[in-house]
Write a protein that binds this ligand. Structure first.
Ligand code: SF4
Length: 338
């Protein structure tokens, strides 16, 4: 984990403030776990952390309203089970702090249409959604900026595909500060060195929609069944063919889940053809199942106590509302609306 540039805003103890959000997909896959939940959990000691389940963002694409509550609930519980201890961070559901929508509206007036229209993710998503594009999808980065600025985050963990959105949030903060006076820190990116997992087909990012994932809810035999048929280095046609671990997603997953000696064993064995792909996958399946088993157990314990999970959501929202209301009070004064 490494921060780029200064870390901006800090809490009373001098820890940099961090904000990030996760989509309420319901089923959380190992790509989400490695890239977001486990990565965020590793920051709890050194940062003042705020994380949320972004249900308002999820409205920008077609969805079944009847499923939303359960998706949010399950995603929230999975974040807790995956290591986001609510006693050590503010974990909440985006819509439970409605102040973000007011700030979003205010920030629209500090947003250039040209900046929004250049967003690569909007172009990609609208290409897929042909005929179902709504204004929310277009304005998505403004809501994201509102999320970050409402909590005055100094740093935001980002992957390669999110740097444009963060740069957009920085630009919005700059525009607001120039027009109304210094109010928001410009959030800095926090690039992580965690492995980025591709889907089991090794063609696209792991995703629920593409059904190319391993879920945190998968039992060991399901993990093995999925890994055993997953794509590998296509050059390894026969067992005696040497391979290139760096282009194989199974090897990337070893880097994410296996002890260093097993990762080295996989790399060497692959290059020399001393191991077969099934040997390599078997060892990965064991490592993955060992890490996920306690998470699954904790998750089951949580969802068997739904009132407790809702209580955690309420506590997270209450902690965030205090910060949000203070920010909005200052913003309203700055913009002349009281
Ligand atoms: Fe991938 Fe392992 Fe097969 Fe090499 S041996 S191609 S790293 S699965």
């Amino acid at each position: 984990m490494s921060a780029s540039g200064s870390v901006g805003q800090r809490d009373a103890e001098g820890k940099p403030t961090v904000f990030s959000g996760i989509q309420p997909t319901g089923i959380v896959h190992v790509g989400n776990y490695v890239g977001a939940i486990r990565n965020w959990a590793s920051m709890l000691d050194d940062y003042d952390c705020t994380f949320c389940v972004v249900d308002l963002h999820a409205m920008t694409v077609p969805y079944d309203a009847g499923d939303m509550q359960s998706r949010v609930f399950e995603t929230f519980a999975m974040n807790v089970a995956g290591g986001l201890d609510p006693d050590r961070c503010r974990l909440f559901v985006q819509s439970h702090v409605p102040e973000v929508t007011e700030l979003c509206w205010i920030l629209f007036s500090c947003t250039a249409m040209g900046d929004l229209s250049r967003m690569t993710q909007f172009k990609e998503k609208s290409e897929k959604l042909k005929g179902q594009i709504n204004a929310g999808l277009f304005a998505y980065p403004v809501l994201m900026a509102a999320d970050i600025l409402l909590y005055r985050a100094g740093v935001v963990p980002v992957g390669d595909d999110q740097t444009q959105h963060l740069e957009f949030a920085r630009e919005v903060a700059r525009r607001f500060n120039t027009r109304f006076g210094d109010t928001f820190p410009e959030p800095e990116p926090l690039f992580s060195d965690v492995p980025r997992l591709m889907g089991l087909d090794n063609k696209a990012k792991m995703s629920k929609t593409l059904n190319n994932y391993i879920s945190l809810l998968d039992e060991p035999e399901e993990i093995w069944a999925k890994l055993s048929t997953a794509a590998t280095d296509p050059a390894r046609i026969r067992r005696g063919d040497p391979g290139t671990p760096e282009i194989c997603n199974i090897f990337t997953m070893h880097q994410a889940f296996s002890p260093a000696e097993d990762t080295e064993w996989a790399a060497n064995g692959c290059r020399t053809a001393d191991i077969g792909c099934l040997d390599c996958k078997r060892r990965l399946a064991d490592s993955m199942a060992a890490e996920l088993a306690p998470i699954l157990e904790k998750y089951r314990g949580l969802i068997s106590r739904p009132d407790h999970v809702r209580h955690l959501m309420d506590e997270g929202a209450a902690a965030c509302r205090g910060i949000a209301q203070k920010t909005l009070e200052e913003v309203r004064q700055r913009i002349g609306v009281r």
